[in-house]
Structures are given as structure tokens and as C-alpha cells.
Write a new protein. Structure first.
Ligand code: CA2
Length: 149
């Protein structure tokens, strides 16, 4: 099983740390990527870290992951609540999928309470801030170990 993990981020997450810190905190997406790279090194995982404001790019990365990756960590951002297309793409991926939300979506507007991606995700992390990405990576490392047997 490949130890490559795709970490995918949806629309507006490029603004992380620059707006609405009361909801999303002060870390930028570059900080999150650096933290993930450091932890991935410790866990002996390789990562591809991407962000896009375009749904089709996220779908294309999921297709790429099908060819080479062992797991996907995804914060689909607003596409969480709207995208059957991302759900369909994730359903073609065989390895573990962990869904991450920085904020506690269940404490927010009701339209954030439903996630299409959760219909595929093996685990969901919400409301733990940007630390959620690292917790997701730790879980993925464990699941990949278990699969190795
Ligand atoms: O809590 C999360 O991680 C979300 O996925 C973030 C999405 C939101 O639509 C989801 O309901 C929950 C929004 C991402 C926007 O990111 C920003 C970051 C900083 C400033 C403005 C937007």
C-alpha cells in the first residue's frame, strides 16, 4: 500500500490566517502545509498538498490519487455541502479518506450540517482547528500500517 497521502483543500482556504481568524484561526495554509510536511516526515509518509477554488481541479487530484496514493485527507470547504461530483470521485478511490473541517460545522448554520463527502469518508474531524489535519495524518498512518498487516 502506497504511503503517499493527498491532502486536498477546497475554495477560499487560500485565505486561511488572513480573514475571519475568530472562526479559522491565525495559521495560514502555508503554515498548515509546513506542519503536515514535518509530521509526514516523522510518520514516514509522503504528501501532495493542494488547494483549489475550482471543483474540477479537486476531482482531477482525486483521480490522480487513484493511481498513486494510499489515502486522502480532504477539507472540501464549501464543496462539502454541495458537491455530488466530489463524492462520486471519492467513491472511486479505494484507500482511507478522512474529512477535515477546521471549524465545528455543527455549531454553525444549518446548511453546513450536511456533508456529501461524509457519505464516503472513513472518519470526520471538525472543530479542532488546523490541528485536525495532523490528527487526520496520524489516523491515516495507523490505517496504512493496519492494512500492511
Ligand atoms: O471549517 C472548515 O474547515 C470549512 O470546511 C471551511 C469552509 C466552510 O465553507 C465549511 O462549511 C467549513 C470555508 C473555507 C473558507 O476559508 C476561509 C478562511 C479564511 C477566511 C475566509 C475563508
Amino acid at each position: 500500500m502506497s504511503r503517499l497521502v493527498y491532502i486536498l483543500n477546497g475554495p477560499n482556504l487560500n485565505l486561511l490566517g488572513k480573514r475571519q481568524p475568530q472562526i479559522y484561526g491565525y495559521e495560514t495554509l502555508a503554515d498548515v502545509e509546513a506542519d503536515c510536511r514535518k509530521l509526514a516526515g516523522e510518520l514516514k509518509l509522503d504528501i501532495r498538498f493542494h488547494q483549489s477554488n475550482r471543483e474540477y481541479e479537486i476531482i482531477d487530484w482525486v483521480h490522480e490519487a487513484r493511481e498513486s496514493a494510499g489515502a486522502i485527507v480532504i477539507n472540501p470547504a464549501a464543496f462539502t455541502h454541495t458537491s455530488v461530483a466530489i463524492l462520486d470521485a471519492l467513491n472511486t478511490f479505494d484507500g482511507p479518506v478522512i474529512e477535515v473541517h477546521i471549524s465545528n460545522v455543527h455549531k454553525r448554520e444549518s446548511f453546513r450540517h450536511h456533508s456529501y463527502v461524509s457519505l464516503r469518508a472513513d472518519g470526520v474531524i471538525a472543530g479542532l482547528g488546523t490541528q485536525g489535519y495532523q490528527l487526520a495524518l496520524r489516523r491515516v498512518a495507523q490505517l496504512l500500517e493496519e492494512k500492511k498487516g
